[in-house]
Design a protein around this ligand. Structure first.
Ligand code: ZN
Length: 65
């Protein structure tokens, strides 16, 4: 019997430097002073962020019914 050495998997991960979008940014919405994270690439706060997916209540009916 040959024992196989259990080598710990070394994760080859490329350390991704966190993107910095600038410090002290605020929501561009007029009148909004919500500060944005410097790592947030958006220009709006979470309240004013444009909604891509509208909330749909209930079931989503297939089109062309
Ligand atoms: Zn805002």
């Amino acid at each position: 019997m040959s024992d196989t050495a259990m080598k710990g998997r070394s994760i080859k991960g490329v350390a991704r430097p966190s993107k910095d979008f600038g410090d002290g940014r605020t929501c561009i919405q007029d009148g909004c002073i919500t500060k944005l994270s410097r790592y947030n690439k958006r220009d709006h706060c979470y309240l004013h962020a444009p909604v891509k997916y509208p909330r749909v209540r209930g079931r989503i009916l297939p089109e062309g019914t």
